[in-house]
Every structure is written in C-alpha cells, then in structure tokens.
Write a protein that binds this ligand. Structure first.
Ligand code: CA
Length: 395
C-alpha cells in the first residue's frame, strides 16, 4: 500500500503529461476503425504483413506503446510469449497501436518493470506476477502456488471463477490493469546432484527455488536460494547450490543443467501451471477505446494459447532429447517428501489467507476454485491420463 501511494504521488506530473499525449493519439487511433472494418480480406492480410500500410494512407498517428519485460532477449517460451503479445497487438490493430518490445535491462532492469509501468514511464510489462509478492503476497495466486492450479484450471478461475476481477482490484492499487498472457504448463521438480531417498535428504539442501515454494522447502528442512536464471548453471557447476528448479525439459535443456546434475525429478510440486502476466498502465487502459481494449484482451488470450501449445509440444520433444541423447536420469520425488511439501504448503497458503481483506478474498476465491478443480480432475484429466499411461503406451 505504501508502495502504491508513494509511487502515484511522486509521478503525478509525468502521468498528466502522458495522459494528454495519449488523449491526442487516441483521437487519431479511433479514426482507423473504418479502415480496419471496411477493408476486404486481401487488404487485411496485407495490413498484417505491413501493419502501417493503412495508416500511411490516412495521416493518422499511431499509438506508440513501450513494452518492458523480465525476460532476456530472444528467450524461448517466456520471452516468445512477450514477443507474440507485442506482435499481435500491433498486427490486430493494423498498426494503430505499435508495440516496441524491450528485453530485461534494455530500458529498465528485469524487476523494475512493475514500477516503470505503474508510473507511466513504460506502457506494458510482460512478467510473472509472483515477482511482485514484495508488494502483496497474494500476487502469487495469479502465477502459481505449490500444489495449486494447472494451466487449464487457472485459466478457468481467471476467466470464469472471479479471478480476473480480484486481480484487477489488486493491480488497480498500483495503477495497473493485468491480463494472463502465457503459461509454462507443468514444471519439473528440478535438477539434483545427489539422489533423494527420504525427507532426511532435504536437510540443509541448498536449492534454487523462489517464492512461496522456497518457503515450503525451508520449513521442510532445506535451504532455499533465490537467483536469476542467468546465474543458475555456474552456481550448480561450482557447487554453490546442490539443486535447482527452472521450468521444464524445453527451457532446461538449453541451459545444459544435465551436465552438472544427473537427476531430474518429477513431478514439480511448486509450479503446476505458471501463468505469465501482462500489466498495462491503468491510465492508458482507461483512455482506450472499446476496440483497442478488445484487441488487447484478445491479443493476450492468443499469446496465452500459443505459449501453452508451445510448451506442451516442445517439452515432449526435449524430454526425449534429455533422456535418449544426454542420458539424464528421471526420478520420481519420494512420496514422503511430497507429503511433507504438501503439509507445509497448507501452512504457508493459509497464512497468506489471514492477511489483509483483499488477500483473504483472493485466497477464498482461489481455494473454492481449486477444491472444485481437485474434485473434477480426479475423475477427468487425472483419471484419464493415469489410465492412458498405464494401459495405452504402444501406439
Ligand atoms: Ca520455475
């Protein structure tokens, strides 16, 4: 709360300046509606390839939008979801909105994107919302929590279970409007230099595992470490850490963890479907036409869809590479370790549910949807996938 009020107050003059510039641009952008709806298919296709072709004929100034991200340049999966979103907004608007993408560090540092968009210094961020738990712990629920929702479950909660409205309320406190814009799907349990046999092996285990899951590991006897992806390989190599989680086979194979840690554990208890988020400056959002809002909302949905499809496909391909080409040893996380993680997760999540009024309402809404998901999935996806992998492996 202190963050939000302080940030808003300090940035008032800049907000006003940006607002008036945007007001001018919106008037211009609205004029493109006829061009967009009146053209035939051939023209539409052309405008996708060269988004500003229509605008060039109309003397209309496009809305220029700066998107800052927490991802390095050309980063598979996570970074591609941001690139897709930038491209979709530009293409779907026929260039009336032009998004320029900045990788982490190009305009602001990875974890400064939240403040940059909140203040209006940038227009959009693409990140994972659990990076903002320093502002409010409840942000975790909109990315992933241990033993929480899968990709399809969090989509269901966000779109139809009241999740989006609560997320809007949380983000509005920071002058932001959020959307889901990517999802990694289920993540792996991580890379371990030594095999795990029981909960005793967690004692003093130095593992890179961020956020709420790190707290769960700490309460289970381990020693969680937080560090950016760029430092993981070297830390594993030097022995500074004993284990690390990252994402899943597709993203992990590129980092080469298999060279330093032989054992690759499943399933990941901590990120069952990590949702990526796009945050828009709220003044900008409120200033947009219905058409622009619809383009953005559906560009985010398209980026979300493509990310899920991309991870679903490439994780399978990369798993095969890891096991067949690099001889990685897959191991199932021992049952007693999973049970201890589950027990500690309940403690940690309930503590968040005892926070401020909004955190309580987010926790209650999430809990209701998760419990319903557990019931339904136990007789649908979970039951089917279990039967398929046991009985139908030979196709
Ligand atoms: Ca992860």
């Amino acid at each position: 709360m202190g963050d939000s009020e302080g940030g808003k107050k300090g940035d008032q003059p800049q907000h006003r300046k940006l607002f008036s510039r945007r007001k001018f641009m919106t008037t211009g952008a609205l004029g493109t509606a006829g061009l967009l709806t009146g053209c035939d298919c051939a023209e539409r296709l052309q405008s996708v390839e060269t988004p500003d072709a229509g605008l060039a004929r109309s003397n209309i100034k496009p809305r220029e939008l700066k998107m800052v991200t927490t991802w390095p340049k050309n980063f598979p999966g996570l970074g591609q979801a941001a690139e897709n979103l930038a491209r979709f907004i530009t293409e779907m608007s026929g260039g009336a909105m032009r998004v320029k993408l900045y990788a982490a560090g190009e305009l602001v540092g990875a974890f400064d994107v939240f403040d940059a968009v909140s203040s209006g210094a940038a227009d959009i961020y693409h990140a994972a919302e659990y990076y903002w738990t320093g502002r409010n712990q409840a942000y975790s629920f909109f990315t992933a929590v241990p033993f929480g929702m899968t990709a399809s479950e969090i989509m269901g909660w966000t779109e139809f279970g009241g999740g989006q409205q609560l997320w809007d309320e949380l983000a509005a406190g920071y002058n932001l409007k959020p959307f889901a814009a990517g999802n990694t799907g289920h993540q792996m349990g991580g890379w371990f230099r030594k095999e795990l046999h029981s909960v005793e092996d967690l004692r003093g285990l130095k593992m890179r595992i961020p956020g709420m899951a790190g707290e769960v590991l700490r309460r289970a006897g381990g020693s969680p470490v937080t560090m950016p992806g760029s430092e993981l390989y070297q830390s594993l190599q030097s022995g500074a850490i004993d284990a690390t989680e990252w994402v899943g086979p597709w993203n992990d194979v590129a980092f080469g963890f298999y060279r330093e840690a032989q054992f690759y554990y499943w399933p990941g208890f901590h990120e069952p479907g990590a949702q990526l988020g796009a945050g828009f400056n709220l003044d900008l959002w409120n200033d947009m036409s219905l058409q622009e809002k619809s383009i953005i909302e559906n560009a985010c949905r398209a980026a979300n869809h493509l990310a899920i499809a991309q991870y679903a496909h490439y994780n399978g391909v990369s798993l095969k590479t890891l096991t067949e080409k690099y001889g990685v040893k897959l191991r199932q996380m021992p049952e007693d370790i999973m049970a201890l993680f589950a027990e500690k997760t309940v403690e940690v999540l309930r503590e968040i549910g005892e926070g401020d009024d909004l955190s309580k309402r987010i926790f209650e809404s999430y809990r209701t949807a998760l419990n319903e998901g557990i019931e339904w999935n136990s007789i649908s996806d979970q039951a089917f996938l279990d039967a398929r992998s046991r009985l139908f492996r030979a196709l």
